[in-house]
Design a protein around this ligand. Structure first.
Ligand code: G7M
Length: 307
């Protein structure tokens, strides 16, 4: 568990029933993860300082994500003053130290590490229709959390902007990976109101008014509310996304957000230009993305001899 003010824990919904009400355990005083029995570490990234844990809470499956947030300016001087330093290496004017922070600023180490191999997959338009679409349609990726947000059953107080138009409208709110304590890792998502666009693959020039609306109003809102200008934002879509209801990520350019690499992120401005040039661009083009070894979709590509 991340126990200090620089870390946070997030628990995904335990079940559909919990999820439908939009009610979360956050309201109760008991820590929702206090009784977590860890089954295994699904993923840990030392560089991004996060860990994904599969476990059980009262016999129900749960996924807990712990993520180290950026250093906070207000605790920085205390961190430097009160920490114990152990010299590791000295060379010319350079020295490296191991820093042992005071307990209240520190976090426990999670040592277990389960590395998942990742493979890059190239998906043609035909592969999408023959392999990916049947696969994602057969999966029960719950979008209930998305509908809860759109219907104001959850996170309603976190919405920073809404355009209610059923065709071009969207809701803008902080991604749950952002604790909103500092702008350095600013992270918001725009979730569209219409429910018939699964991902980048579904987009045609018909959706240009929706996309340009998201870009303009999303950037304007972030400038007004957080004083972060468009030139300081990375605005993109994931392919493959984790959730097949179109949403756009707005992250601070300063923040190396998980999934913002070239193999997964598609800049909204590129998407708009590609659709302006060719309405069927995302229906026909090959798209490349990473899949983890345990991803069922990878198996489909393997079985089809595409890997
Ligand atoms: O594009 P992709 O599907 O990979 O991204 C989904 C994004 O939604 C991620 O950045 C998640 O952190 C974010 N997210 C996921 N859930 C379940 C929630 C949620 O319940 N609330 C909010 N605000 N963001 C979420």
């Amino acid at each position: 568990m991340a126990e200090n003010e620089n870390g946070r824990a997030t628990k995904r919904p335990k079940s559909e029933a919990d999820n439908e009400t939009g009610d979360t355990d956050e309201k109760s005083t008991e820590s929702p993860v206090a009784n977590l029995v860890v089954t295994r570490i699904l993923r840990e990234c030392a560089r991004e300082k996060n860990v994904f844990i599969h476990g059980k809470v009262k016999d129900q499956d749960a996924v807990v994500i712990l993520e180290k947030t950026p250093f906070r300016q207000d605790t920085l001087s205390e961190l430097l003053k009160a920490s114990e330093l152990k010299l590791e290496m000295k060379n010319d004017v350079y020295s490296t130290f191991q820093l042992h922070a005071p307990a209240h600023l520190n976090e426990k180490h999670i040592k277990k590490y389960l590395h998942q191999e990742v493979f890059l997959v190239e998906e043609s338009g035909e592969d999408y229709r023959n392999l990916t679409l049947p696969y994602i349609s057969g999966q029960s990726f719950s979008l209930q959390w998305v509908y809860n947000i759109l219907e104001k059953k959850a996170e309603a107080d976190r919405i920073v902007f809404e355009d209610p138009d059923p065709k071009t409208g969207f809701v803008l709110l902080p991604d749950f990976k952002w604790d909103q304590k500092q702008l350095q890792d600013l992270y918001l998502i725009a979730i569209i109101h219409r429910r018939d666009v699964k991902s980048l693959r579904d987009l045609t020039s018909e959706h240009l008014p929706l996309l340009t609306n998201i870009r303009r109003k999303g950037e304007d809102t972030i400038l007004q509310k957080y004083s972060v200008s468009a030139s300081k934002l990375r605005v993109y879509l994931h392919y493959q996304p984790s959730y097949y209801h179109l949403h756009v990520h707005f992250t601070s350019l300063e923040y190396n957000a998980p999934g913002c690499g070239v193999e997964r992120a598609h800049l909204l401005s590129d998407v708009i230009q590609n659709l302006e040039a060719d309405s069927t661009y995302y229906h026909n083009r090959s798209l490349t993305f990473p899949l983890r070894a345990d991803d069922g979709l990878l198996l489909r590509f393997r079985e089809a001899g595409k890997l």
